[in-house]
Design a protein. Structure first.
Length: 358
């Protein structure tokens, strides 16, 4: 199995800790190793043939530096000159793998997800590998635990057969709460995790069928005998990315193909989409505070706050449900329910030309 890790990102949702050069996956959001490092270490028990990390040119050096310590499996960095969403990134990685091993199964994983049961995660990937070898496009569907409106959903065919995989009936965009409740009660809807398995040749066939312009661009790649010397491909990749448009693999291929199957998964998953998601996956103290990297937190009549302290002491008085993030050059304070609006701060910084904070 080959592992393809999607490690782009603009660094907006976890500002001020994350920046354009160091987005969420390159940061130690929970303390300790970065989310990228955790993602790579998570798949090592599968003994992958290679790990390909697709990032952008601005983050490539730091990505490479963070993974220098990985031993026993080759790690290749693919640097995109421009962000073009997931379909071009996946198509590029698949083209590289297919040149060397057309029937090679590739697992596609985001670099910034949190998973509690890592052994269970590896078992699901092994199951998905067997399905992918039979020519299916496989997606992992997270068993929902609440009527979540922030995720897309996957509807499986109603004809259940054991524990899956199941044919996919349709992909559904983020629903309102009423619809999310219906999905939860129906029992055959799963959260769209953005994790996939397929043979390199299978996904390239899908791109050829449903995204022909992207397929034509990718077909222009000319490989040398030193297939894994990916620096040789950089000029070609720059040319190709100048002519392709951005599109997600979900919309570009998965929603149109008829050979898609979903494997239900329940391994303690979160996409950690904003600061407000941290309390879902991190332990709180007796006052409900989640504290990361703070020397000390003094709480006076305060409850249920998230504090990232940058090794400093933080005092909270008479507040609850706040996010407080302290970094050397910026401070964020907002209600948990407004965490998604952090991107508006980034937009305002850009408008004012304050690039040093981006």
């Amino acid at each position: 199995m080959y592992i393809v890790i999607l490690a782009g990102g603009s660094g907006t949702r976890f500002w001020p800790l994350s920046r354009k050069k160091t987005p969420k996956q390159l940061m130690s959001v929970f303390g300790g190793k970065s989310m990228l490092q955790r993602t790579v270490e998570r798949v090592l028990p599968l003994k992958p043939k290679r790990i390909l990390v697709v990032t952008n040119v601005m983050q490539a050096d730091e990505t490479s530096r963070q993974l220098e310590y990985i031993k026993g499996v080759p790690v290749d960095i693919i640097a995109e000159p421009l962000g073009r969403n997931t379909a071009p990134a996946i198509g590029l990685a698949a083209s590289i793998i297919a040149y060397h091993d057309p029937d090679g199964v590739m697992a596609v994983l985001p670099a910034d997800h949190y998973i509690t049961d890592e052994a269970g995660f590896c078992r699901i990937l092994s199951q998905g590998r067997e399905t992918a070898m039979n020519g299916y496009l496989v997606t992992l569907g997270i068993t929902p635990t609440r009527p979540e409106t922030g995720y897309g959903y996957i509807e499986a065919e109603n004809a259940w057969r054991g524990h899956g995989p199941f044919p996919v009936k349709r992909f559904v965009e983020k629903p309102n709460r009423e619809k999310a409740l219906e999905f939860l009660e129906a029992g055959n809807f799963f959260w769209n995790s953005g994790m996939f398995l397929w043979k390199a040749c299978t996904i390239l066939d899908g791109i050829s069928s449903f995204m022909p312009s992207l397929a034509v661009s990718l077909s222009k790649l000319v490989f040398s005998e030193s297939i894994w010397e990916l620096n040789d491909l950089r000029p070609q990749i720059e040319t190709i990315y100048g002519e392709i448009s951005g599109e997600s693999i979900d919309f570009g291929v998965m929603e149109k193909a008829d050979n898609v199957q979903v494997i239900p998964a329940d391994f303690g998953w979160s996409d950690v989409g904003s600061w407000s998601a941290i309390p879902e996956v991190a332990d709180a103290d007796q006052l409900g505070h989640v504290v990361i990297n703070a020397q000390e937190v003094i709480s006076v009549d305060a409850h249920d706050c998230l504090v990232y302290g940058d090794s400093r002491s933080v005092a909270l008085i008479g507040v609850r449900d706040l996010i407080v993030v302290n970094t050397p050059d910026a401070l964020l304070v907002c209600p948990k329910e407004r965490a998604q609006d952090v991107k508006k701060v980034v937009e305002e910084l850009e408008r004012r030309g304050l690039k040093e904070y981006l």
